[in-house]
Design a protein around this ligand. Structure first.
Ligand code: C2E
Ligand code: MG
Ligand code: MG
Ligand code: MG
Length: 281
């Protein structure tokens, strides 16, 4: 960020930066109102067992459709929400909505919810989760929270204590986008993750025959197995990619090949009677 954004030279030397800053400002103001204006929704993407293809759960993915700007990608507005300190109220809405929805599904189907580091650095988040579970009646073992490695990068042990209190509630944790951050393997042995999600970039690399990507997937699968954790391959788009991922021993898969993120009603019809949907497929 420019130190002298108020100076006249700002426009002359950094016109692009100015445009981006302007866009961010406009989006931030719109995002502040998005919750009360009902512009946020959740889509649900199927997660399936790699071996049997059986539906095991859905990942809740946040969507924002602005009346003028149209749909805005979470890759764009989630970081903005984090910086603007809006992620706590938005994240709480996501959690409540996802738990309320999952409580309507078959008892064998889990829901995964993405959680930002900011949320985990606040001890009050534990009661947010407790309340979302209590209000919905969802059994804690059907809720999976997805966190990224970045949560361990900040100083202090606050987030680790929050994670431990969350585990005490009986929920599950998974490590999202594994391999894309600054991995220190130490926390894998200290925090009880149920599964590691292998980032789509490795799946893509492996499907192009990149030896390094294949070696990394193999190593992550072996590491997870020896720690008693499952592995989920993200972003599986084709039958070939699925076959390759299966061959490498991943336990679960998620990607356009099995299903795009679905509107709530479509996900619900699959989740209410997963056996009937499996027969129909
Ligand atoms: P993520 O948690 O890693 O979610 C997976 C992303 O990969 C989703 O993007 C999903 O739509 C996309 N994806 C799934 N399968 C495929 C595939 O086969 N091919 C391709 N090309 N993409 C696939 P999406 O929905 O745009 O979300 C992007 C990121 O935004 C998420 O990455 C997550 O980090 C964040 N996010 C989404 N919803 C929330 C939320 O409720 N809270 C927080 N804190 N972050 C969220
Ligand atoms: Mg995720
Ligand atoms: Mg991910
Ligand atoms: Mg990802």
């Amino acid at each position: 960020r420019s130190k002298d954004a108020g100076g006249g030279s700002f426009h002359a030397y950094e016109p692009q930066l100015h445009l981006v800053a302007e866009e961010r400002r406009v989006l931030e103001i719109a995002l502040r109102n998005a919750l009360e204006k009902d512009e946020l929704t959740l889509n649900y993407q199927p997660v399936v067992d790699a071996g049997t293809g059986r539906l095991t759960g859905f990942e809740a993915l946040l969507r924002w459709t602005h009346p003028e700007f149209g749909p805005i990608s979470p890759a764009k507005f989630v970081p903005l929400a984090e910086e603007a300190r809006l992620i706590a109220p938005i994240g709480e809405w996501v959690l409540r909505t996802a738990c309320d929805e999952a409580a309507k599904w078959d008892g064998s189907i889990r829901v995964a919810v993405n959680v930002s580091p900011e949320q985990l650095h606040n001890p009050a988040f534990v009661s947010v989760v407790t309340q979302a579970l209590a209000n919905s009646g969802l059994s804690p073992d059907r809720l999976e929270l997805e966190v990224t490695e970045s949560v361990f990068m900040r100083e202090g042990t606050g987030a680790i204590r929050v994670l431990e209190s969350l585990l005490d509630l009986g929920i599950r944790l998974s490590l999202d986008d594994f391999g894309t951050g600054y991995s220190s393997l130490g926390y894998l042995s200290r925090t009880r993750f149920s599964s590691i999600k292998i980032d789509r970039s490795f799946v893509q690399g492996a499907s192009k025959g990149e030896k390094e990507a294949i070696a990394i997937i193999r190593a992550v699968v072996a590491l997870a197995q020896s720690l008693g954790m499952a592995t989920t391959a993200e972003g599986v788009e084709t039958e070939d990619e699925h076959a390759m991922i299966q061959g490498l021993g991943c336990t679960k898969v998620q990607g356009y090949y099995f299903g795009r993120p679905l509107p709530v009603g479509e996900a619900r019809s699959l989740a209410i009677d997963p056996r009937a949907s499996a027969r129909a497929a």
